[in-house]
Design a protein around this ligand. Structure first.
Ligand code: SF4
Ligand code: SF4
Length: 107
């Protein structure tokens, strides 16, 4: 059975592109990355955020902490990873893990 994140991805796939863009803009307002000590000047200048959906930052990021698990988006979307600004989006990380599981047989 699909988990919360997979259900959300399914919902997104049925939406029109402009609807997805509008929703992502709304969700970005809830992102708490700006309160994280890892969030630096470069990220601020680019007005970045919502890395869990949009993927990693183009900035050279120096990891200090990650407060993603305390973010409302984290719970709403059933996210499972962290440090998205460095590692990439939840979707990318899940796909990478899935590929690894295929190669290693899930060990
Ligand atoms: S989970 Fe992390 S990257 Fe995603 S919106 Fe929240 S703070 Fe931002
Ligand atoms: S993704 Fe995590 S580590 Fe990166 S800025 Fe947001 S809260 Fe901080």
């Amino acid at each position: 059975m699909a988990d919360v994140f997979e259900q959300k991805i399914e919902e997104f796939s049925k939406m029109a592109e402009d609807e997805v863009t509008r929703l992502l803009e709304e969700e970005k307002k809830l992102c708490i990355c700006k309160d994280c000590s890892t969030y630096d000047t470069c990220m601020t200048e680019n007005m970045e955020g919502l890395y869990c959906a949009l993927g990693k930052s183009p900035c050279v990021v120096h990891e200090r902490e990650c407060i993603c698990p305390g973010c409302p988006i984290y719970e709403e979307y059933g996210l499972t990873y962290n440090n998205y600004c460095i590692k990439g989006s939840e979707d990318e990380l899940r796909k990478r893990q899935h590929e690894l599981d295929i190669i290693t047989g899930g060990e």
